[in-house]
Write a protein that binds this ligand. Structure first.
Ligand code: FE
Length: 276
C-alpha cells in the first residue's frame, strides 16, 4: 500500500471511529463521484438499485425538497457524516457484513446500524426517511428537542397573537368555512404554524377537499400531535402543533390515497412560505 493512501485511510478511520461525540453516518452505495453534499445522498439513497428510475420520480417530487432535507440534518443535535462504502469497507470486520447504503449511529462508544439497506429501499420520500431517522434516533437514546414553545403562558400568547389567532390556536376555535385565506390557494411552498413558525405541511400534499378549509393528505413527520376530541357530540381527532400545542383543526379518515387522511386545518392557524 502506498504511504499517502495509508495515511489518508488512517485519517478517515479516525474521523469515523475515534470521535467521542454522537454521530450519524450515512454510507452511500457508490463507486465513484463525489458525495459531499447531504442533498446528493438523500437524492440517491432512496433506491440505489434503481437509481435512474428513482432519480426521475424523486427529482420532480420529493427531491425538490432539498432545503427540507438539509434543514433537517442541520437541526439535529448531532453531527452527520456522508461517505461511500468503498471508503469504509476496510474499517472494521463487523462493518464488512453490512449491505450498503446504510445509516449508522455512533453513540460515543459503539457503532450500530440504525437503518438498513432494505429499509432504505422501501423509503419513498424524504419525509419517510426523516420520520424513520427520528424514530431510530429516539430508540437509540437521542431525545430530539420537542415542544420547546409549550411553556409559553396563555398571557404571553395573548400578546404574541392577534385576537383571531388566539381564539383558534389557543381556545380551539374554528374559522367559518370557505372564508380562510388558504382554502382556495394552490401556491407551492410550506405551511407553518401561525403560533410558533414550525413547518407543518407541504403544498405538495394539499388538495381541494371541498370542505371549506385547507386540506392536506399528509403532515410533515413528527410535527403534529393527535388527541381524541369528543366535544359537540362528535368523535373526532384534534390536531395540534407538536412544538407549541396550538390548535390546528382535525384529521379525518376520508382523505385521498396514498394516506386516506384529511388534515382539515384552519387557515388562521397557518402561515405560508412560498418555495424559494
Ligand atoms: Fe406551533
Amino acid at each position: 500500500m502506498n504511504y499517502k493512501l495509508f495515511i489518508s485511510m488512517l485519517l478517515f478511520t479516525s474521523t469515523i471511529l475515534s470521535f467521542e461525540d454522537k454521530k450519524l453516518i450515512f454510507i452511500y452505495n457508490a463507486k465513484s463521484g463525489l458525495v459531499n453534499e447531504m442533498i446528493d445522498f438523500a437524492h440517491k439513497i432512496v433506491s440505489p438499485e434503481t437509481y435512474e428510475c428513482n432519480l426521475c420520480a424523486i427529482s420532480y417530487n420529493t427531491f425538490t425538497k432539498k432545503k427540507r432535507w438539509s434543514d433537517y440534518i442541520n437541526s439535529l443535535p448531532i453531527k452527520s457524516v456522508f461517505t461511500y462504502k468503498n471508503k469504509v469497507s476496510f474499517l472494521d470486520k463487523e462493518l464488512s457484513n453490512l449491505k450498503f447504503p446504510t445509516i449508522l449511529f455512533h453513540n460515543g462508544a459503539e457503532l450500530n446500524e440504525i437503518i438498513s439497506r432494505n429499509e432504505i429501499n422501501n423509503i419513498n420520500n424524504i419525509n419517510q426517511l426523516i420520520s424513520l431517522l427520528n424514530e431510530r434516533l429516539d430508540e437509540n437514546g437521542m431525545k430530539l428537542k420537542k415542544g420547546k414553545d409549550k411553556n409559553i403562558t396563555e398571557q404571553e400568547w395573548g400578546k404574541k397573537l392577534t385576537p383571531e389567532e388566539f381564539h383558534i390556536l389557543r381556545e380551539k376555535g374554528t374559522e367559518k368555512p370557505f372564508t380562510g385565506e388558504y382554502d382556495k390557494f394552490d401556491k407551492e411552498g410550506m405551511y407553518k404554524c401561525a403560533g410558533c413558525g414550525t413547518e407543518l405541511f407541504s403544498s405538495v400534499t394539499k388538495y381541494d377537499s371541498g370542505c371549506g378549509w385547507p386540506a392536506f393528505y399528509e403532515a410533515l413527520p413528527d410535527k403534529i400531535e393527535e388527541t381524541a376530541d369528543n366535544t359537540f357530540g362528535m368523535k373526532r381527532i384534534e390536531i395540534t402543533c407538536e412544538n407549541c400545542g396550538g390548535h390546528l383543526g382535525h384529521v379525518f379518515n376520508d382523505g385521498p390515497q396514498p394516506s386516506g387522511l384529511r388534515y382539515c386545518v384552519n387557515s388562521i392557524s397557518l402561515d405560508f412560505d412560498a418555495e424559494k
